[in-house]
Design a protein around this ligand. Sequence first.
Ligand code: GLA
Length: 377
Amino acid sequence: MEQNILQQHFQDRFGCADGILFAAPGRINLIGEHTDYNGGFVFPGAVAQGIMAMVKPNGRRWVRAYAADLQSYCEFDIDDEEGPKTVHFRYIYGVVREMMARGVKVEGFDAVYAGDVPLGAGMSSSAALESCFATAINDLFGGSLGRMELALVGQATEHKYVGVNCGIMDQFISMHGKAGSLVRLDCRSGEYEYFPWHPKEYRLVLVNSCVKHELVGSPYNDRRNSCERVAKLLGLETLRDATWEMLDKVKDQISAEDYMRAKYVLGEVDRVMAVCDALQRDDYETVGQQMYLTHEGLSKDYEVSCEEIDFLVDEARRLGVTGARIMGGGFGGCTINLVRNDRYETFTTEVQQTYKAKFGVDCKVIPVVIGEGARRL
Ligand code: GLA
């Protein structure tokens, strides 16, 4: 969305266009899926797509917000205990309330926002929205919260106001992304390291199945509950600290489903480390193999894939793609593909044709550009 379109909407709604612009990105994740709430490692990067908002304090105790893409408007009192019913606006309400709870002297504001992260594509449009407003509120109302605290504001919003018990990956990377770099985050300690991403012979590309994934009220929370049950039985805080021997010992005491889910998580923790090692050697073939293994785990053991996505991954394999897997929470959305430059044209062209022939729907190819984290423009 162009800045001037936001300005135009702001002018039309609020009679001026001198608000401040803020932006925050969606994300990709190379590997480390469903590991964040298990205290494991993730390997995300911010993308060029995100949410942009024009925001201006209005001197009242209410918020007036217009979502330009959705053509949807909402007003709420920031002191109201309940907040708006529409899920979409509960993200903004949640951020406001969480910032207030952390001592920021939030006042009312007017906002117009829009974005180019496809909704329900597993690219974290909701984290982009939360990070954008957390950054704006912190900046405009003299808040002094650091980037990690702002990420926690977004996560608390998901937990308390939307009902998704997500981990920290999406909000973390939306706040900490750096153009050209992926980040390895240890979700237990909060320590992170930037890894410049510049393979000469490979590219990352997303394929959006256009099956809308929806984590609100979804089996996402069930997966997390399974992991927590197993960790508790093992006397551990999270599955990050579980070993294969420990898991085998309790196999008979847990459901087959919980076992499969825990098995996936243990495998994924190992795969992230294997990928980090491989990246030190510029060994992208190994990175790709690990991505395929992750997909197998997510599809068969964690059961968060779907027919369309499995098809896209099978097609990637058939067309000589180095690595491919479902990305994000699951249940639809995008695959992430590591593709050699010399396979790129064939893959992206053919996969669109075969997907259309099989499902009668267009999938969308989205080249990955690693972009900046949340900021005032
Ligand atoms: C969603 C959640 C994240 C993470 C991923 C799966 O995107 O918001 O916290 O759990 O799913 O890796």
